[in-house]
Design a protein around this ligand. Structure first.
Ligand code: PSU
Ligand code: MN
Length: 303
């Protein structure tokens, strides 16, 4: 086994027995939501995965080890510690070799999940091509990682802090099929619509499983993005969200926020200024994604 990996015994056993396992990221815990809702949500998401018949494996770097499956204490630690790195691929060598703690982004979580042999990963929203990327070149490593690592990524689509059209173009360039579950429109995190049609639509975990098998058995490495629209009753009206996002982008530019700080800055700004409404939606959609991800993992291990 890879010496940098530390797989929780329950996860190890499930993988050895061919049971369904769902990977979960930790940047959303340490950098995407405030305490204590972050810790509570992380634990609830794990419970949803279990309820749907799969084993949850929340992934983070602790003391330089790539931990796959965390204890409740470890999740508490990530949710409260001030010195937890946000770890994308570029940060992994430093954080691991310096034996630090890091919460993993979609890109880093996917890589570690794949090393452990996990095929299904659930998150809230992926990183993508930022608005203005034609001058800043700010494109998340989530997209390049999805272009090469064979893990299904369940998300609520792409948040409109990003340029959704350019993100869909980039996904296509990288050969990443984008499948929306149960509707024709591609969703945009807080909203079931985005103004863009989904490139693909499938209506059951079984059909998505067949698409995953076909892709990977053909040697077409890389992710499939499974977009799961937020339940209607938790949607935040798009014009309202657009207002917060415009404010957040303006503040980021005024304060010269750059590089890896951009996404956490925007997320925090929006959460603080939308009076809890966006946080409530965020919590609802990640649990909704956890259920679909678990159903997908179950279907995938059955085939
Ligand atoms: N988008 C969200 N919520 C999040 C993130 C993105 O709506 O929590 C986090 C994820 O961990 C994602 C990361 O992988 O931000 C992307 O960061 P960057 O843009 O710096 O690659
Ligand atoms: Mn970036």
């Amino acid at each position: 086994m890879n010496p940098y990996l530390e797989i929780h015994p329950e996860v190890q056993q499930a993988l050895a027995d061919g049971k369904p396992v769902v990977a979960l990221e930790s940047t959303i815990i340490a950098h995407g939501m405030p305490y204590p809702q972050n810790v509570q949500t992380a634990l609830e998401v794990e419970a949803v995965v279990r309820g749907a018949g799969a084993i949850p494996a929340t992934i983070a770097i602790l003391n330089g080890k790539c931990c796959v499956g965390l204890s409740q204490q470890q999740i508490e630690h990530l949710g409260q510690a001030k010195n937890v790195w946000k770890v994308s691929l570029v940060d992994m060598p430093y954080v691991i070799s310096q034996q630090l703690d890091g919460a993993t982004t979609v890109a880093a979580t996917m890589r570690i999940a794949a090393l452990a042999g996990i095929r299904v990963f659930v998150t809230g929203g992926i990183g993508g091509v930022h608005r203005g990327a034609e001058t800043t070149m700010d494109i998340s490593a989530d997209l390049t990682e999805m272009g090469q690592t064979s893990v299904a990524v369940v998300s609520a689509g792409v948040k409109s802090i990003l340029d959704i059209g350019l993100t869909l173009e980039y996904l296509e360039t990288k050969g990443i099929p984008v499948v929306t579950f149960g509707q024709d429109a591609f969703p945009s995190f807080y909203s079931r619509q985005s103004g863009f049609a989904s490139p693909l639509r499938l209506d059951s975990p079984k059909e998505i499983t067949r698409l995953l098998r076909a892709k990977w058995e053909l040697g077409l490495n890389g992710a499939v993005l499974v977009a799961n629209p937020i339940p209607e009753k938790f949607e935040v009206p798009a014009p309202q969200m657009e207002w917060y996002i415009t404010q957040a982008l303006h503040a980021a530019s005024q304060q010269h926020i750059k590089g890896k700080a951009v996404t956490p800055f925007l997320l925090k700004y929006i959460a603080e200024h939308s009076h809890g409404e966006s946080l409530e939606a965020n919590i609802a959609l990640i649990k909704h994604n956890a259920r679909l991800g678990a159903e997908l993992a179950v279907a995938y291990t059955r085939v």
